[in-house]
Structures are given as C-alpha cells and as structure tokens.
Design a protein around this ligand. Structure first.
Ligand SMILES: C[S@@+](CC[C@H](N)C(=O)[O-])C[C@H]1O[C@@H](n2cnc3c(N)ncnc32)[C@H](O)[C@@H]1O
Length: 186
C-alpha cells in the first residue's frame, strides 16, 4: 500500500535494529496490512513474539491474511481496536517487557503512545516512531493539521523526556521526505 506503509529500506532498517537489540518481544502500534509487522517479525529468533495493534477492521483482516501467507501466525498476534484501549490490557497480560516498540499509528496520540512504550519496555529497549518530519511541515508553527501538531507535541515531549535517549533521522521515503525518531530506553 504505497503511501501508507514504510518503504523496503526502512523495513530492513527496523529489522536490523530489532536484531541489534536481540529482540524477543516486539510491540507495534499501527499494523495497516502487516508490511512493517512482517519485517519486524522476521527479526525474531525461534519462539520470539510480536504483538501489533490495528484499528481499521478491513486492514486488520488483510493483515491476518498477509501474516498467514508469510507463515508467521505463530509469531504475530494482531489485536483489533484502538491502541489506547488495548494497551492497558497488554500491560495486564504481558509478562516480559518489550525489547523493541514501533509506533506508526495516528499522530495526535504519539505522546500517549510513547508514554505507554516507556511503561512497557526495559532499560536498553529501542523505541522507534515513524513520520516525524513530514516534508518539514513540522516546522510550521502555525499549522492546523492534526498530524503535524501531534508530531510537534511529540518533539516538545522528547526535549524533556528523561527516560529515553532519542535522535531523529531524516529519510527520503517513497512518498515524501520524512523521518523516524529512534530512542534507547535508559
Ligand atoms: C501509517 S499506517 C501503518 C503502516 C504500517 N506500520 C506499515 O508500515 O506497514 C497507520 C495505521 O494505524 C492505524 N491506526 C490509526 N489510528 C489507530 C488507533 N487509534 N489504534 C490503532 N491503530 C490505529 C490506521 O488504521 C493505519 O492502518
């Protein structure tokens, strides 16, 4: 789904980062139809697990089918619903912290998602958030676009964030010039 999923080189980057921190448990917020999910799941060792959350029913159903075709049903659990409703349930049932968390859903909730990522991770976990440059539209202080305002709030939060050490990398993707925030949990 060009324009919505990450690009292949970004998928490989996530895969390398997840392997670099020896991920056994991965959390993703924003599955779409499972493209980034599959890149991440392929970074896991035998017995590793990935939980991904998707709000739109049609995306969820297509993702289930893609995951089945990729033979990853044993590794990936897709949860259907709003991430902010589902994350408290994950907190109750997940025994181990997540080693890698990829956030790529609705931008107005990015600060809330990051707070959840901090809660559900451990020292040394990696946290990655996508679409934090948006063709430099994030520089527009007068923007009224919710996606842009969500990322601006995130950037303000990152400046003060004591729990994660972040950098932002600018990238040329398939749709526009954009970037990812990449952080390590302290
Ligand atoms: C940019 S797409 C994800 C792309 C995917 N990570 C990839 O690269 O293949 C964002 C997804 O987040 C989902 N989404 C939006 N709001 C959400 C919410 N509140 N909870 C869970 N998913 C949400 C959208 O339906 C959409 O499928």
């Amino acid at each position: 789904m060009p324009g919505a999923n990450i690009s292949p080189n970004q998928g490989k980057l996530l895969n390398i980062l997840a392997r670099a921190c020896s991920s056994k448990n991965i959390l993703e917020i924003g599955t779409l139809v499972g493209y980034s999910t599959i890149w991440l799941a392929r970074a896991l060792p035998e017995g590793g697990k990935l939980i991904t959350i998707e709000y739109e029913k049609i995306n969820y159903e297509i993702a289930l089918e893609n995951i089945r075709k990729a033979n990853l049903e044993e590794t990936i659990t897709i949860l259907h619903g709003k991430a902010l409703d589902i994350l408290p349930e994950i907190e109750k049932t997940q025994a181990d912290p997540f080693d890698f968390i990829f956030i790529d859903a609705d931008k107005p909730s990015y600060v809330d998602y990051l707070k959840w990522a901090i809660k559900l991770s451990r020292k040394g976990s990696l946290i990655v958030l996508d679409n934090v440059i948006r063709n430099a539209r994030i520089l527009d202080e007068n923007s009224s676009v919710p996606k842009v305002i969500g990322v601006q709030r995130l950037n303000d939060y990152l400046k003060e964030c004591q729990e994660v050490d972040f950098t932002i990398l600018q990238m040329v993707g398939e749709k526009e010039y954009d970037g990812m925030a990449i952080g390590i949990r302290k």
